[in-house]
Design a binder for this molecule. Structure first.
Ligand code: SF4
Ligand code: SF4
Length: 261
């Protein structure tokens, strides 16, 4: 079955960049195939083009869009049952330069008793608030900031007070977000977009600059420390050599005194 997105989609945009086949489009956006453009399949929520979806067969053990969807609305389309053989064939057509071999990842193989039988649709899960860790709490050299466009922006629903998150690239003026709890619509206006954009970009620049400065400082300190350690090591070795030169070893050759002076 091709994967589909149900009407409960909250337009967070998390699924779109995950699709290996660019089969997911924002509501209202035309979809493309082999250079040709086609009318959007949905006007206001994200949608999946069945002709481009392989249920991630050839790429992942499960549907990447379903994995990241915070409200579990990427589900198998019961109207389009397809076998693994059909889906890997589509993957080959979509990616003619790729050799998928015979051991390609597939949701069918992950399931017990896999094979070519279409899998059953999973039960719909209850909506949950998307965890939105905007930035890691601890600072350290390995810390990585997400790009501004993929930043998860927390949105407080005016209707029910619930909090959900949306990628910043979808917080665009005129875009309609939907609360996963009460289904209330939230239309992004220019003021909201500009405020968040200014805050995020300012923070991103400052944080990145500070982080880079810290990294350079740390590296310099580490270089100095290593040079000092190296000098101390050479020094101790030199001292050890000096000791061995000045102390006569037990049983070593001794100069004989001449008894007649
Ligand atoms: S199931 Fe995989 S291929 Fe299909 S739309 Fe989702 S991410 Fe894309
Ligand atoms: S709610 Fe789910 S289907 Fe809708 S845009 Fe977000 S990740 Fe995609």
């Amino acid at each position: 079955m091709a994967t589909m997105i149900t009407e409960e989609c909250i337009n967070c945009g998390a699924c779109e960049p995950e699709c290996p086949n660019t089969a997911i489009y924002q509501g209202g956006a035309e979809w493309e195939f082999e250079g040709a453009k086609h009318a959007a399949l949905s006007a206001d929520i994200f949608y999946i083009v069945p002709e481009k979806c392989t249920e991630c067969v050839g790429f992942h053990d499960e549907e990447a869009c379903a994995v990241v969807c915070p409200v579990d609305v990427c589900i198998p389309n019961p109207d389009i049952p397809e076998t693994e053989a059909q889906l890997i064939e589509r993957a080959k057509q979509l990616h003619p330069g790729t050799d998928f071999g015979t051991e390609f990842p597939s949701r069918f193989r992950e399931d017990a008793g896999g094979g070519d039988a279409p899998a059953a649709a999973p039960a719909a899960a209850a909506p949950v608030a998307a965890a939105a860790p905007v930035a890691a709490a601890s600072a350290g050299p390995a810390l990585k900031l997400p790009a501004v466009e993929t930043w998860e922006v927390p949105i407080d629903c005016h209707g029910c007070g619930g909090t959900y998150s949306v990628l910043f690239q979808h917080v665009r003026s005129g875009n309609v977000l939907r609360c996963p709890f009460c289904k209330g619509a939230y239309t992004v206006n220019t003021s909201l977009h500009n405020q968040i954009s200014k805050m995020l970009r300012g923070f991103h620049t400052r944080w990145t600059t500070d982080f880079e400065a810290m990294r350079v400082r740390r590296q310099r300190e580490m270089d100095e420390f290593e040079a000092r350690q190296k000098r101390e090591l050479e020094d101790i070795n030199e001292k050890l050599r000096t000791i061995s030169k000045t102390v006569n070893p037990a049983g070593g050759p001794k100069k004989r005194a001449w008894i007649f002076g």
